[in-house]
Design a protein around this ligand. Structure first.
Ligand SMILES: Cc1ncc(COP(=O)(O)O)c(C=O)c1O
Length: 355
């Protein structure tokens, strides 16, 4: 979280703008929260240049909830194409099987999720109701540097992206997307809020079994207030959207500025790892994530010492996901360049004293 956002939330915690209430105490149908929610939606739309024919829905259930909610709303019970590039897209495919048929159009499992299957090799179906991919695989550190143009690949299906772990770190080409979903907890705010951005023509096709609270048509018609939305999460995410809009790098502002900053942060860490005989990153350079950088000590017997020293240096949460092992630096939007410099400084010193 950006510190400025936490400071502002702290200052407004007991009394939001003279209302006499904490945001947590407001009715979600009151005018104060209505204003917070409308502002958050407008700021997100401006931040990511979301076109008017897309709805911005504030929901609950997280990324994994959406793995069920998306097929219930979009699959019409027929077939969905999946592009598997890591464990999150694999999980999405498994969950979808409860609601629809699935076809794996491409997978990088053979490379242990370290390479991006070229879109020209994808086996897309003629009759898929949508194509699903995870645009940033948080665990494996694999990111789409460009979203595929499905029409150019011969598919008429809309593209669904899980952008949970890199939302607002780079612009989105909405001409290539039908629906994007993401949990807020990486780049936007506290856990408990899920964002769904969905093109208008994809609403209204939910399966009979879809709960009303998860039916995109109903949620959209009720402006995300069909049931009580995660008000605190929307408020904090709204402050984060404002913070993001204010960010600048030279002439660039907002997400373009964040992208430039994220490129610089990621390059610093990857360049250091690639130049070192002591560490390695196994992901192909053309699909390396800017947000989640898994890396390994070539001598893994030093892992515990590396983590203990990192903790002492104030560098936390560096242990890799248990399914991959090694280390992982998650350098989300709010992590400043100085944080990555501190990590590289520590890694260099650890290498010097242990090589
Ligand atoms: C890309 C991606 N998708 C889905 C999820 C699962 O999200 P949640 O825990 O909000 O259900 C995560 C969580 O880390 C993720 O990184």
């Amino acid at each position: 979280m950006p510190e400025a956002v936490l400071q502002r939330a702290a200052a407004e915690m007991l009394d939001w703008q003279g209302s006499g209430m904490s945001v947590m105490e407001m009715s979600h149908r009151g005018k104060e929260f209505g204003a917070i929610c409308a502002q958050a939606e407008a700021d997100f739309r401006a931040l990511l240049a979301v076109p008017e024919h897309f709805h911005i829905l504030f929901m609950q259930g997280g990324g994994l909830g959406e793995n069920a909610i998306v097929p219930m709303n979009l699959s019409r019970g027929s077939k969905v194409d999946f592009v598997i590039t890591g464990s999150w897209s694999a999980k999405s495919q498994k969950e979808a099987l409860r609601y629809c048929k699935s076809h794996i159009a491409a997978s990088n499992a053979d490379s242990q999720h370290t390479q991006m299957p070229a879109p020209s090799t994808w086996q897309l179906s003629d009759d898929a109701s949508y194509v699903h991919l995870c645009s940033n695989e948080t665990i494996h550190g694999v990111e789409f540097q460009e979203l595929p143009d499905l029409a150019a690949l011969g598919s008429k299906a809309p593209l669904v992206i899980d952008f949970s772990s890199h939302v607002a770190s780079r612009p989105v080409d909405w001409t290539r997307v039908g629906l994007a979903f993401g949990g807020a907890q990486k780049n936007l705010g506290p856990a408990g809020l899920t964002l769904v951005i969905v093109r208008d023509d994809l609403l209204g096709h939910a399966l009979e079994i879809c709960p009303s609270a998860f039916n995109y048509r109903i949620v959209a018609d009720n402006k995300s207030m069909y049931n009580t939305p995660p008000t605190w999460g929307i408020y904090i995410a709204g402050l984060t959207f404002q913070w993001l809009r204010q960010q600048a790098e030279g002439a660039l502002t907002g997400v373009a500025a964040m992208e430039q900053r994220n490129v610089a942060k990621a390059r610093l860490l990857y360049d250091f790892i690639d130049a070192s005989p002591f560490y390695e990153n196994r992901v192909a350079p053309d699909c390396r994530s800017r947000m989640n950088i898994p890396f390994f000590l070539k001598d893994e017997s030093r892992n515990e010492a590396f983590l203990a020293g990192a903790r002492e240096a104030g560098l936390l949460q560096l242990k890799g996901h248990k399914s991959v092992g090694g280390m992982r630096a998650s350098i989300y939007n709010a992590m400043p360049l100085e944080g990555v410099q501190a990590l590289v400084g520590y890694m260099r010193e650890f290498e010097r004293s242990h090589a």
